[in-house]
Design a protein around this ligand. Structure first.
Ligand code: GTP
Ligand code: MG
Length: 238
């Protein structure tokens, strides 16, 4: 029997992308979707409610009113998902950069790993439609993060992941220090400190076609500093 899986999808202004993503995920057996919306001004929240109404038991929505942020959204979503009787908990962007059809490969690899990364930077991994500047930024970020943290994974910033429930439950989320995109790096770092087996499967990442990016200067700055903060408190957070 296929393992039961809950996919957490953080959203901020993803009205144009969410229906297609949910359709793609619901085509997969045993998959449930948890949308975590940060009061998107474009109406993503009510749209997600309509999707939940159309698919009871398979689509749920959290409407956050506390301070917005990707990391904070994930923390709330993870706590909720851990209260559900699912075997695996996945993370995925809403902007269709992550193809739901590749989820079964991540799920299969979770048989031999505690967390599986959908990776752009292992053999077979690809990126479509990214300008050169964006490629360099992402590549450079990963070289930098691996050098500072000594993480072995090749794509530490990928937001496409599949966790075994017990590995995710062990993360001390209330002690995390980052709340933007660095949250993704911090999750991996703490997991590896705890002895988790980190696997990677190749994915084809497609640049978003609709909606706008939330990558800001503040987010980039946090990404530069976080690896150093993580190694500075090594051993104390786990
Ligand atoms: N709930 C919530 N979701 C967010 C927030 N910031 C970004 N997201 C979501 O996180 C996912 C990744 O964000 P993106 O804007 O696609 O970031 P990116 O992939 O680095 O940038 P682009 O693909 O260039 O747009 C998307 O599903 C966003 O809607 C936030 O503050 N709160
Ligand atoms: Mg994106």
């Amino acid at each position: 029997m296929a393992p039961t899986t809950m996919v957490i999808v953080p959203t901020f202004n993803e009205r144009e992308n969410l229906p297609a993503l949910v359709d793609g995920l619901l085509a997969l057996e045993g998959v449930r979707v948890l949308v975590v919306d940060d009061q998107s001004p474009d109406g993503t929240g009510p749209l997600a409610d309509r999707l939940a109404g159309a698919h009871p038991g398979r689509v749920e929505v959290m409407h956050r009113t506390a301070r917005p942020g990707l990391g904070r959204s994930y923390i709330d979503g993870i706590r909720r998902a851990l209260g559900e009787p699912v075997d695996l908990i996945c993370q995925m962007d809403a902007d269709l950069s992550h193809d739901p059809r590749q989820l079964p490969a991540l799920v299969a690899a979770a048989a031999d790993a505690d967390v599986v990364i959908g990776s752009r930077y292992v053999p077979g991994g690809r990126i479509e439609n990214w300008p050169r500047r964006r490629r360099l930024l992402s590549r450079g970020a990963n070289v930098y993060i691996r050098a500072v943290t000594r993480l072995a994974a090749h794509d530490c910033t990928s937001g496409y992941r599949c966790w075994r429930r017990d590995a995710l439950a062990r993360l001390p989320l209330d002690r995390f220090i980052s709340d933007g995109y660095s949250f993704l790096v911090e999750m991996l770092y703490v997991a590896s400190q705890q002895g988790c087996r980190i696997g990677e499967v190749p994915i084809t990442f497609v640049e978003r076609r609709l909606g706008t990016s939330k990558l800001s200067r503040a987010v980039l700055l946090e990404s530069v500093i976080t690896p150093w903060r993580l190694i500075a408190r090594r051993g104390r957070a786990v």
